[in-house]
Design a protein around this ligand. Sequence first.
Ligand code: G3P
Length: 216
Amino acid sequence: MKFFIDTANLNQIREAMDLGILDGVTTNPSLMAKEGIRGEENVKKHYIDICNIVDGDVSAEVISTDFEGIIREGKILADLHPQIVVKVPMIREGVKAIRHLTQEGIRTNCTLVFSAGQAILAAKAGATYVSPFMGRLDDISTDGVELIAQIVDIYRYYEFDTQVLAASIRHTMHIIQCAEVGADVVTCPLQPILGLLRHPLTDSGLEKFLADHNKK
Ligand code: G3P
């Protein structure tokens, strides 16, 4: 399972890289705005900065919602850096654009996916990744991990190449649940990733080992 970090914060991306487990980055317009990155040129520069920090794929989201606009924006984003994957919303025009961009050799991440039906369409259109938002489903009392499992099963059954990128992850249990059901990728903020490290028995065990070693 690949680990992506879901942020536009360069320090957090560096910290996750430094841990040695980072496979890529996802961003969205809200995450860019949170870092104060505004204006087309600043946004483009920020994506390049992110690509220069990580080795893997970096999802950059279009803000157009019409076919021509998504294609135009997608090509500009894809031209920025070979690591860029164009993030396209799961809407009618988005599905058409994913098919078109795929035929032109541009990799895509179909975002804002909340159902198995949407995931099937994304795969049929040729998306490189599909991003089901598990946390936002949990927020409305719907089982997010069940959707991840359902999509994984369908994709395996039909041998779709599209990778299941579990998004909107809120805590460490989400990461573990995604691993249990075979998600290809999890994208999450830094804290849930660091949360995987912690166990009180590790801390107390290490404390005892070091104390015994230092006994005179
Ligand atoms: O990048 C898409 C997704 O991960 C957003 O997460 O926490 O805003 O639901 P969240």
